[in-house]
Design a protein around this ligand. Structure first.
Ligand SMILES: *Cc1c(COP(=O)(O)O)cnc(C)c1O
Length: 351
């Protein structure tokens, strides 16, 4: 079977489970509330004619809505099929050099998968003992840098002074700041865009805008960097964004009041969940996201994970160095969280 040697072989990313049936799903950081009613209207308003024809390859309406919402110019905005697509295009575009790109040892587990599939050399920089980022560690030769901020799965936000230190220490590299969770806490690096032409910020509608199923992500950067990204996209697939997603994305970004309402509810539930989990004996750092990354002093994480699953409550467990005693618990509705606390009380008192 000599064709084997010509095949690109990869170890794929493992997404969180999407179990069928009625379960409490706190394992993939989805929003527990529905998207804006205007999103549903926009999808229903997509006519036959629009489905018959190809979508707008330039995604003009969506780019324009996003640009005006963030007060940027249209040539500073890129859109894609969720931020996974946006990030994948960024890796392909910006990391074409020979020097290793850098990202933390504990971070979004898709980064090393893209590096592998695109044959990009990379180096993992260990987070400090408390899972914080030390900006000084990034002051080394590199072909690019990727930081999720707030980080996943730790939930920790790195201050903009540190992001700035990293940007200014590597003026010859593109630095990607993945802000999938920024709406839940911390400060966006968007304000640094005018001063750092090597900065690219990525965002998603999956978490804070309740649209994980629609697949809409976007990126901000200088017109020059956005042009390079766009050229690569048009060299891979001109029609990444489908017509209903283009329409619904506009509706989602324009319904600012609804966005604030569901985000504030998630943040309030998170703050309450932090108090409840501490009382149950969990320890964790302050979360700036829509999940809590927690460890229990007496009970192994894997055991809690399994027992919760038996009770139809799904959280995320990573069997990986340094974090194999942690659970990543997404913030659900108040009722879902009550069911979780109840289940945890049972599991912990049964031991
Ligand atoms: C969820 C997530 C993404 C991807 O989100 P999409 O659904 O593809 O937009 C990217 N980065 C991080 C850190 C995430 O947690």
């Amino acid at each position: 079977m000599s064709y084997e040697m010509n095949i690109r072989k990869v170890v794929p990313y493992t997404p969180g489970e999407q179990p069928a049936g009625k379960v409490i799903k706190l394992n993939t950081n989805e929003c527990p509330y529905p998207p804006s009613p205007r999103v549903m209207e926009a999808i229903r308003a997509t006519g036959e004619e629009e489905l018959r024809k190809y979508p707008d390859p330039d995604c003009k309406a969506l780019i324009s809505a996003i640009a005006s919402y963030y007060r940027l110019s249209e040539d500073q905005v890129f859109v894609g099929v969720g931020s996974d697509d946006v990030l994948s295009m960024c890796f392909l575009t910006y990391f074409a050099g020979d020097k290793p790109i850098l990202f933390p040892d504990i971070t979004y587990s898709f980064y090393d998968v893209w590096a592998e599939v695109y044959r990009i050399p990379y180096k993992r920089i260990p987070l400090k003992e408390d899972f914080s980022v030390d900006a000084e560690d990034y002051r080394v030769e590199n072909g690019g840098i990727v930081l999720a901020n707030p980080n996943a799965p730790t939930g920790i936000f790195t201050g903009l002074e540190d992001i700035e230190r990293i940007l200014s220490a590597s003026p010859d590299s593109v630095v990607i700041v993945d802000e999938a969770y920024i709406d839940f806490g911390g400060e966006s690096a968007l304000t640094l865009l005018p001063r750092y032409e090597n900065l690219v910020v990525t965002r998603t509608m999956s978490k804070s805008r309740a649209l994980a199923g629609l697949r809409v992500g976007y990126a901000f950067g200088s017109p020059k960097l956005i042009k390079y990204l766009s050229d690569v996209r048009f060299s891979v697939n001109s029609y990444t964004m489908n017509s209903p997603a283009l329409r619904a994305g506009v509706a989602a970004i324009e319904d600012h009041d609804y966005f604030c309402e569901i985000r504030d509810k998630v943040v309030a539930t998170r703050d309450r969940a932090e108090r409840e989990l501490r009382e149950l004996g969990f320890s964790f750092q302050k979360s700036s996201t829509n999940f809590i990354f927690a460890e229990h002093k007496e009970c192994p994480a894997e055991e809690i994970f399994q027992k919760l699953k038996e009770k139809n409550i799904y959280v995320r467990y990573f069997r990986k160095p340094r974090i194999d005693n942690y659970l990543r618990i997404s913030i659900g509705t108040e009722e879902e969280m009550d069911r979780l606390f109840e289940a945890l009380r049972e599991i912990l008192s049964d031991r």
